[in-house]
Design a protein around this ligand. Sequence first.
Ligand code: IPM
Ligand code: MN
Length: 358
Amino acid sequence: MQEGASHMYKIAVIGGDGTGPEVVAEALKVMSAVAKMKGFEYKTTEFDFGGERYMRTGEVLPENASAELRKFDTVLLGAIGHPDVKPGILEKGILLRLRFELDQYINLRPVKLYPGVDCPLKNKKPEDIDFVVVRENSEDFYVGTGGTMKVGTPDEIAIQTGITTRKGVERCLRYAFELCRKRDRKKMLTLVHKTNVLTYAGDLWWRAFNEIGPKEYPDIKLDYAHVDATTMWFVKNPEYFDVLVTSNLFGDIITDLGAMIQGGMGIAAGGNINPEGVSMFEPIGGSAPKYTGKKVINPLAAICAMGMMLDQLGEHEAAVSVEEAVKTITGTKLKSLAAGKMGYSTTEVGDLVVEALK
Ligand code: IPM
Ligand code: MN
């Protein structure tokens, strides 16, 4: 990754569906301001992938989409999901396909309660909720292996299998260990799985974790929690966690809970990361069709996703500046993070973040 003003970052932008383009516009506004302030340059190129394009052309994603995106340094995504398209088509055909083809094997989801944000958990403060979930993003039940027989009959059978590979698990674990070391907080990595029932996949994770940990990361404390218990701890003692690492589907589920305890979908951001390739950053809230065009949706999640993107590009100072600006406005301006209840429009929130940049 190159750093500094000499490099012109090439950024692909996929606004996508529903409120995606609106929130991405605010993220780009903030990026433009922070780039001037911190002295880096970039060029954006827009791609029209999403439900509208699918309905217009009948094509979910052009054949060469990932080859095109590979020419960029990174991708910023708004949202995928259209009310007039059958669920699954766009999600699988765009989002999951890009994650797989670009081998974005990490789904990074910070769970952080910002100042002033209403937390549904009683008496929890920003210092209590600050952890990161490292979700494996390329295997497990997401690979789509399986099949059906006798569909529509009383004898119908469905088999859906999850794939877990030693390589896939190891690269994910190493990423999580490194992150835990870099965060330098509790230095505790919690493996989340269901080893008491998933005795094959869970055992692979367990052994890899316990072999790699002590040998390569003796400074990191190893911790384990079953996924069901993890949901309980997220609500009961979120302050316990530092970095968590888990398989794809478990990670999907626990990070929705994570998003809620940090104040909801208005603020939750994530990155689909290929540490050796092209990553893709997104607000994790979805396309929110009922709010489309109303200018009431909260752009902070998209702005935070953009901040994560800058961090991944190596613009650490700019990333910190974006996050601090977001904290300033949650702490001093916004009435709520919920769509329509912020006390400001989507574009005004973007402006407030720009004003708060330091
Ligand atoms: C997410 C979403 C996706 C997932 C869906 C839309 C395929 O829920 O990014 O968490 O399951 O990964
Ligand atoms: Mn999800």
